[in-house]
Write a protein that binds this ligand. Sequence first.
Ligand code: SAH
Ligand code: MG
Length: 216
Amino acid sequence: MPATPKPEILAAFEAAKGFMPMDEGLALYAAAAEAGRLGLPLLEVGTYCGRSTVLLADAAREAGVTALTVDHHRGSEEQQPGWDYHDPETVDPEIGLMDTLPTFRRTLHRAGLEEHVVALVGRSPQIAALWARPLGLVFVDGGHTDEHASADYEGWAPHVAEGGLLVIHDVFPEPEDEFTGQAPYRVHQRALASGAFTEVSATGSLRVLRRRGAGI
Ligand code: SAH
Ligand code: MG
């Protein structure tokens, strides 16, 4: 039986702003719970307002590990003013730029999960370049351009431990299904072609891959 979150965690997930439906959230939670058994941190790229972070954080708490979440909090291209995924509430009125960090912190606080999460605020490739520790799970849900998605894969996939999981969101194999582009799909194909990962599950646009080698 895959691990499922408690009702209060599901309620916090549903109450949070963000871009993840319930079925994909449950698949992410199950993957995070499984990867947590490696005893290594779980890392997300693309915090936004903390919707998926709630799930990683609860799985991390259950496993006694830390969840890390990376975002510059200035929003992706398609979330900027005038674009389809823009939410005016995410703009800091003082400087006129998006800032999702305050909403993210409220989400985590309300869910009672602050102490299980370390937020890394900055550009994903810049943080990845400083990183040198194995991770139990890497969840790629950041920028959707080829530049950003490839950099996330190149920067973080090498840190997935043997038997650990690489989870990719917004994988749309059919061009007609795309609404944010097919860069995550190309990254997914690249991960499989590398021979380092095998696919474990597919739920909606969420793909779970496992690094070959000693497992959980
Ligand atoms: N996981 C979230 C959605 C993430 S949206 C949820 O469940 O709702 C994508 C996020 O990636 C945005 O908040 C954006 O600011 C961030 N992002 C995009 N490119 C980035 C980069 N290069 N470095 C850090 N964060 C980035
Ligand atoms: Mg996404």
